[in-house]
Design a protein around this ligand. Sequence first.
Ligand code: BGC
Length: 260
Amino acid sequence: MNIRLDDKRAAVTGGNSGIGEAIALCLAEAGARVAINYVTHPEAADALVRRIREKGGTAMAIRADVSDPEAIAAMFERIDAAWGGIDILVNNAGIDGTRAFGWEADIAAWRKVIEVNLLGAFYCARQALQRMVPQKGGVILSTSSVHEEIAWSGYSAYTASKAAVGMLTKTLAQEAAPHGVRVLAVAPGAVRTPINRSVWSDPENMRDLLEKIPLERIGEPEEIARMVVVLASDIASYVTGRTIFVDGGMTDYPDFAHGG
Ligand code: BGC
């Protein structure tokens, strides 16, 4: 099966590192034009644009903070000006915040996680839907997390934001389905990216982590990106309103392999 997204117009938020970078590359390999959104490290965004162009693809980098609705409106206008609209939005920008119990959490830090992970996804989805609904087609995919479902001590803002992204996905999917627009989320487990370097670069932390993963290994960014490409393509033409878990079985609760 050959998955092609030739000439589709795509945007990936947080597209210059980690899972977002892999998604941008995979979309471009499948033939899509890719707008790489970022806030920090412009050099990484530029390098990625060059990599895609060297392989014959089309890409551009756009700086915009997803938690700023005006900046996001301007980003979509730039994509309109370049490509005349959008077919695929990947809401990937996210932060996990500072680890703290709820009663000790700094309110500004807690709010920032919600602003980036939830409001950011909504601002981008809103702009995308304003274009996809009238054109009667498009796909919106958000990067959620296993922590949409699994509680995670010290990260109440992160888990709350990801659970909310799951329900945002379902509700927008219901609204947009009659207009030919699919809305989905992908929930990665532990993937080797900068967000969790402190875990996979430390043998003790890694041992603890692997006990939580039935497939007994950490995921690679490409393993998430490949699922995003499948879901963005017509192969998934009958799939909408769901979070797809790509987690090596983490949400299969491996502790229950014995006892219980
Ligand atoms: C977090 C990672 C973590 C993984 C599994 C992800 O959502 O960003 O830091 O390793 O969940 O717990």
